[in-house]
Design a binder for this molecule. Structure first.
Ligand code: ADP
Ligand code: MG
Length: 621
């Protein structure tokens, strides 16, 4: 049996995986986490800037990608190279969007077939999945930059009405951005989680019926949810995919055009004027959410509007959302009085008239205490935290739905009890130490099918201490797993030479739904190829690190017996190996291992010979 070393108790500490929550919006996107100290969800932002990343992608002439606020100014300046509302294209064929093709100022490939749409920038084609992946990558980078740790896992939200193709497209976009998408969550469900609704899994908790009113930049969604014991049922959805904050901006632009006698032609010809007026209109709209009137000058134009005027202009738009809400209630076979809570989501719900009218319609004061721009992302972070196992209770199993094992060198998963084993069951295996005199061993127990423990779920950690000092590889540590009939896993570790032992009972920190288990299995199949490559890389790295360690030890003892050239060459070869370990190329590492071995073999043999002959000399014959 192969001897594998367990991660040391010192040094390589088990990294807690960070799962982020992402709101991939039509207009704006955000990434959030549960703050490790406060345990509260927060949207991530750089110092002095907003948590909001506009879902805008600009491709410069060399097809370099710029995402977010920076890309916004190109909407008018380079409309044919600036993508907005990519979410509207997810999982859609040209036929699906044909009616609204005018809405997009960039080129959508018109082959009028059932195949999925592509967007053409210069002579490059992008699928909506790729476009969304650019936004997700930006969010991933942002999170990694702020958290200063790699971010590889995410929960992403989608509208409740998204079909399977659109959900799959969103998943694929995540994968393309280097994110393992642990779950796709409905936006209204995420919003209610952020309001703390649905977190009570207590069997006695009273069922709740929630209306989630989401008015964003370009879309309106109303969802009626039923939440019982933490399980969310979408009773109905309704909305208007071309109604939102952009339309509110537009009524202001039109108002100013009338007041200042600006013709369509003028604006059509002067794109940068239009751009400036549009930005002023959005500024005015936001300002009027907390002020009575707005006024500014632009070139020779006086741009003013009062809150009353604005309210009158948007009244018909709000009425359209009320009509949708009525239909949603009807589809759910409910009336306003059945709704226990109305939750406000989306930047446009900051408009006081929106809140008032909706409150009036539902006959109650609406819930708007959580930032409407962030509420969906915050809910996604809460869902991520639940998936990370920080939030649920103990689970008893009768067969093991997933494999159980421990982490070995390089973060590899060594399975002791394979999935689908009947309980009770037990298994054990021997391991050894990596370092001379190592007195402790950290045994991390994981559940899952992936080759790297980081992709699996951590159940517990067991520390075996007080191992008597022995050279590396000498101790024999037997790790055994026992699952009793109640599904409780006990992990024990015993150093066989000294008899030192340690054991723990593992009460799983969380339960896994069937869906999650299935997902983890699917992932393992999906990633099998990656995993094999990664395993090979990890093994090469471990081998390289071990060789460096033994060479160093050898040099400490024998440097006197080596020539200057030999010392220098060895130092160089060690440095090259060290460097290769930091890179992702298995072959390179192996090459450097061989180089160092080839270099050290001759003098190692020479020194051995000398040692032997010295020993012989000392002997009296
Ligand atoms: P989406 O979910 O579609 O990505 P958001 O929920 O981020 O969009 O909403 C963006 C919209 O909210 C924009 O039209 C923006 O102008 C609008 N908005 C943001 N803040 C305010 C405010 N204070 N008053 C009115 N509208 C606002
Ligand atoms: Mg939104």
């Amino acid at each position: 049996m192969a001897r594998i070393s367990i991660n040391l108790s010192t040094g390589s500490l088990q990294k807690e995986e960070m799962i982020v929550g992402i709101d991939l919006g039509t207009t704006n996107s955000l990434v959030s986490i549960i703050h490790p100290d406060t345990k509260q969800p927060i949207a991530l932002k750089e110092h002095n800037s907003s948590s909001i990343v506009p879902s805008i992608i600009y491709f410069d002439e060399n097809n370099n990608v710029i995402v977010g606020e920076e890309a916004r100014k190109f909407l008018e300046l380079k409309p044919e190279r600036t993508i907005f509302s990519a979410k509207r294209l997810m999982g859609k064929s040209y036929r699906d969007i044909k009616e609204n093709a005018d809405f997009f100022s960039y080129k959508i490939i018109d082959d009028d077939t059932e195949s999925l749409v592509k967007v053409q920038i210069g002579n490059v084609f992008y699928s909506p999945i790729e476009l969304s992946s650019f936004i997700l990558k930006e969010l991933k980078n942002r999170a990694e930059h702020i958290l200063k740790t790699p971010v590889n896992k995410a929960v992403i939200t989608v509208p409740a009405y998204f079909n399977d193709a659109q959900r799959q497209a969103t998943r694929d976009a995540g994968k393309l951005a280097g994110l393992d998408v642990l779950r796709i969550v409905n936006e209204p469900t995420a919003a209610s989680l952020a309001y703390g609704i649905g977190l009570n899994t207590n069997a006695e908790s009273t069922p709740q019926t929630i209306a989630v009113y989401d008015l964003g930049g370009g879309t309106f969604d109303i969802s009626i949810l039923r939440i019982i014991n933490g399980i969310v049922d979408v009773l109905s959805t309704n909305g208007d995919t071309y109604l939102g904050g952009d339309d509110f901006d537009k009524v202001i632009i039109d108002f100013w055009k009338r007041e200042n006698n600006i013709s369509d032609d003028t604006l059509h010809q002067d794109k940068s004027l239009y751009q400036s007026i549009r930005l002023k209109a959005e500024e005015a709209k936001k300002y009027l959410s907390s002020n009575e009137s707005f006024e500014t000058n632009l070139n020779s134009f006086q741009l003013r509007i009062s809150k009353n005027e604005f309210d009158q202009l948007i009244e018909p738009l709000i009425e359209r959302t009320i009509t949708c809400s009525k239909n949603a209630l009807k589809d759910a076979k409910l009336t306003q009085n059945d709704i226990t809570t109305v939750v406000m989501v989306g930047g446009s719900t900051r408009i006081p008239l929106v809140k008032n009218r909706i409150g009036e319609f539902f006959n109650q004061i609406v819930n708007d205490s959580v930032n409407p721009d962030e509420v969906v992302a915050l809910g996604a972070a809460i869902q991520a935290d639940i998936l990370a196992g920080n939030n649920k209770e103990l689970l008893l199993l009768d067969i093991t739905p997933l494999s159980l094992g421990i982490e070995t060198a390089g973060g590899l998963m060594d399975v002791l009890i394979p999935r689908n084993s009947k309980v009770p069951t037990k298994a054990s295996r021997q391991y050894t130490t990596q370092v001379d005199g190592q007195s402790g061993m950290r045994i991390s127990v994981f559940q899952g099918e992936r080759d790297l423990v980081n992709d699996n779920r951590k159940l517990a950690t067991l520390n075996l201490t007080n191992i008597p000092g022995m050279p590396a590889g000498m101790p024999k540590v037997e790790v055994s797993f026992l699952i009793n009939a109640d599904g409780i896993l006990t992990v024990a570790a015993k150093e066989l030479r000294s008899g030192v032992e340690q054991q723990i009972e593992i009460k799983p920190q969380y339960g896994l739904t069937d869906e999650t288990v299935e997902k983890m299995l699917m992932d393992s199949i999906h990633h099998a190829k990656d995993d094999i490559a990664l395993r090979a890389l990890t093994e090469a790295r471990t081998e390289g690190e071990q060789l460096l360690k033994t060479t160093e030890k050898f040099l400490q003892k024998n440097s006197g017996a080596l020539s200057k050239v030999e010392l220098l060459d060895t130092a160089n070869a060690m440095q090259a190996l060290q460097l290769s370990i930091t890179m992702d190329d298995k072959n390179l590492i192996q090459q450097k291992i061989e180089a160092l071995n080839d270099l050290s073999r001759p003098y190692a043999e020479r020194i051995m010979d000398e040692a032997i002959s010295n020993a012989m000399k000392g002997k009296q014959i």
